[in-house]
Design a protein around this ligand. Structure first.
Ligand code: AKB
Length: 320
């Protein structure tokens, strides 16, 4: 069997850092080429090949694919829901063009697999908000959600027309301590842990009872790799799979933190991100992922809180 050589575009982002580390463990450091528009994230320094690359740079990407003998690409670079609303045309251009040129490259270079993340942001007000099904009404209300839904259709199209093996997940909000999120509506659920440890108080930009689907990064990374390793005949959709783990509100995550930091307090000052969150599911039905390729989450809210506080405490102490 040919040794896979993986290219990660957007390796410095919230998912990218941990996915690169996990894939390097699995495939060997030298077989996972990390790239990002910025200098290498501290956790990706000196443990494998790294290039500075703009996801929109078709020529530069092609050169790396050729020179490094790349067989698989994970395209993670994107503008998320909140920053996307501030610059809708730019978000559309970045999110769509980067995908289409990677899909073309996939066909041209006969790549074995491509991974591209979708999001629960594909769902909008007209979708059932509780137990949102895999197949349902999809009318996203943010440019990020529109680009993710259009992208899913492009992935399906390239699979049906050229047999390209593109795989995708609709992530809920992701919570991590190794790398920080940027520009999302669910970012409050990471910020709250930093602020709880640093200042024992947090002002949430979402209202107290806004319930959203979320997932600890360990589960998300394992799920992504499991999807990518699943035998092709198990995959029953070439749109992105719904995956879910836990759903909670700002009030509930605060209560989970208070079990460890009793004098932690939270108040609420909803901003423009509230309207985005109000259009998203409260919980997601991921039966298809569980049935087709065995998806299963391991972390609930309290287990995640325990891990987040424990790791962030050490990280913040080391940063002093
Ligand atoms: C965001 O909040 O924009 C992202 C997402 C749900 O895809 N975390």
């Amino acid at each position: 069997m040919k040794q896979e050589k993986i290219l990660i575009i957007g390796a410095g982002g919230q998912i990218g850092v941990e996915l690169t580390l996990a894939l390097r463990k699995l495939y060997g450091n030298e077989n996972v080429v990390a790239t990002d528009i910025r200098e290498a994230h501290p956790l990706l320094k000196d443990n494998g090949p790294y290039y500075i690359l703009n996801a929109m740079d078709v020529k530069g990407t092609h050169e790396i694919v050729k020179n490094e003998g790349i067989t698989q690409i994970y395209l993670l670079a994107a503008m998320l829901s909140a920053t996307g609303e501030k610059a809708p045309h730019k978000a559309w251009e970045i999110n769509m063009q980067s995908l289409i040129h990677i899909l073309d490259l996939g066909v041209q270079e006969k790549l074995t697999k491509i991974y591209w993340p979708s999001s629960m942001a594909v769902f909008g007000h007209s979708t059932p908000h509780d137990g949102t099904p895999q197949k349902t009404i999809i009318e996203p209300q943010t440019v990020y959600g529109i680009s993710k839904y259009a992208g899913e259709l492009w992935c399906q199209y390239y699979n049906q027309r050229w047999g390209l093996d593109v795989r995708s997940l609709r992530y809920p909000g992701l919570i991590s301590w190794k790398s920080e999120p940027g520009g999302g509506t669910t970012d409050y659920a990471v910020e709250i842990y930093y602020e709880a440890l640093k200042n024992k108080k947090y002002t949430s930009f979402l209202s107290e009872n806004t319930c959203l689907p979320m997932m600890y990064m360990d589960d998300a990374i394992r799920g992504t790799i499991e999807l990518m390793e699943a035998p092709v005949e198990k995959l029953k959709t070439r749109m992105a799979y719904n995956i879910s783990a836990i759903s909670f509100t700002p009030k509930e995550i605060a209560a989970s933190i208070q079990k460890h930091i009793p004098d932690f307090t939270i108040d609420y000052a909803p901003d423009f991100r509230q309207a985005i969150a109000d259009g998203w599911p409260r919980s997601i039905d991921d039966t298809a992922a569980r049935t087709d390729w065995g998806w299963k989450n391991n972390f609930d809210l309290d287990k995640m809180t325990e891990e987040m506080l424990q790791h962030l405490k050490v990280k913040l102490m080391q940063a002093v």
